[in-house]
Design a protein around this ligand. Structure first.
Ligand code: NAD
Length: 331
């Protein structure tokens, strides 16, 4: 296929691009604004095999330029960090909602197939059981609210204009190339450096962990086999609370458990996410990577790829980290 992948220089977008080039032989154009989270380095091994356009999804001219010759759009581009959405929410509305709306208009004009990459966070928290695609959207953070808004726009373009649009909602992803602000790489890199490991609240928030390659496969499945107008959940095979994740990282890195330090909880922190993925499994998708195996691979990747994370940890991220965790950590 000739694909436009928006946000293809981010963590999951770059994983998806690699899969499409290596396993499907697609022609890929990447449109990415290269925010703090997007880097050409995420595509270092495949950059020569694709067309790269630096631009914003909310810019109709950049979108028109990027779409030349494309048959479908897959939209990963987003502001994605819940903590940042609490500190600077408006950027989230612009990228996640206005940006999605701009892409939908372009898809409608050209009659293109469209996949919106979304998240389990749109459903909010669930104490027991799992969300299905017909569960109500009850987002808690500005991040998940803007992702929910985008999902509703996507559905409206199917109902109103007949756009061939689908939504794929993933659970918490992890794997190589994830920005160190997110839980798993944050803990791996702090543990490797012997730095403290800041755990929110009591650490018992539960997430349904999904290896990014498996999510990339799920999004590809929706692109190929999804029914227009439908949403598909894509959940990981294992759930685990944050404290257990951090303890496992301590074991895998050989760090001291005494580095774990509890810090004040994130406001509105959802307790548990859980997805039922039966609908996507019925299309033939299933996750290949169990959490223990994927976590060990991820720790190994960060150990071996300091060239990738050293520039990130020493730049603007350091200031962000000090601002966010500095006062909360003792001493
Ligand atoms: N990370 C997860 O656990 C997870 C889980 C489920 C769903 N998702 C969804 O998957 C998608 C990708 O997430 P990720 O973790 O790879 O995020 P990321 O933050 O690593 O990457 C986001 C990418 O989007 C780009 N971008 C941001 N604003 C843009 C704009 N206005 N125009 C063009 N590009 C822009 C960034 O430069 C970056 O390359 C997001 O839509 C996210 O909501 C993520």
């Amino acid at each position: 296929m000739r694909l436009l992948v928006c946000g293809g220089a981010g963590f999951i977008g770059s994983t998806f691009v690699r899969l499409r080039l290596r396993e499907h032989g697609d022609q890929v154009t990447v449109l990415d604004k290269l925010t703090y989270a997007g880097r050409r380095e995420n595509l270092h091994d495949v950059l020569s095999e694709l067309r790269f356009i630096e631009g914003a999804i909310e810019d109709p001219d950049a979108v028109a330029d990027a779409l030349a010759g494309c048959e479908a759009i897959v939209n990963f581009a987003a502001e994605t960090h819940v903590d940042r959405s609490i500190a600077e929410p408006v950027t989230f509305t612009i990228t996640n909602m206005q940006g999605t709306h701009t892409l939908l208009e372009a898809a409608r004009d050209r009659g293109l197939r469209y996949v919106q990459v979304s998240t389990d966070e749109v459903y909010g928290s669930i104490a027991q059981g799992s969300f299905t695609e017909s569960s109500p959207l009850q987002p808690s953070s500005p991040y998940s609210a803007t992702k929910s808004g985008a999902d509703l726009l996507v559905s409206s373009y199917f109902h109103t204009y007949g756009l061939e649009a689908m939504i794929c909602r993933g659970s918490n992803n992890y794997g190589p190339y994830q920005h160190p602000e997110k839980l798993i790489p944050l803990m791996i890199l702090n543990a490797l450096a012997g730095d403290r490991l800041p755990v929110y609240g009591d650490g018992l928030n539960v997430r349904n962990w999904l290896f990014a390659e498996d999510f990339g496969g799920g999004v590809g499945h929706v692109l190929a086999h999804g029914v227009p107008g439908e949403a598909y959940n894509c959940g990981g095979p294992d759930e685990c609370d944050n404290l257990a994740v951090v303890r496992r990282i301590v074991e895998l890195t050989g760090a001291e458990e005494s580095l774990i330090e509890y810090v004040p909880d994130r406001p509105g922190h959802d307790r548990r996410y859980s997805l039922s993925s039966e609908k996507l499994r019925a299309l033939g998708w299933e996750p290949r990577t169990r959490f223990d195996q994927g976590l060990a691979r991820t720790v190994e990747w960060y150990r071996k790829n300091a060239w990738w994370w050293e520039p990130v940890r020493s730049g603007a991220y350091r200031e962000y980290y000090e601002r966010h965790y500095g006062r909360a950590l003792k001493g």
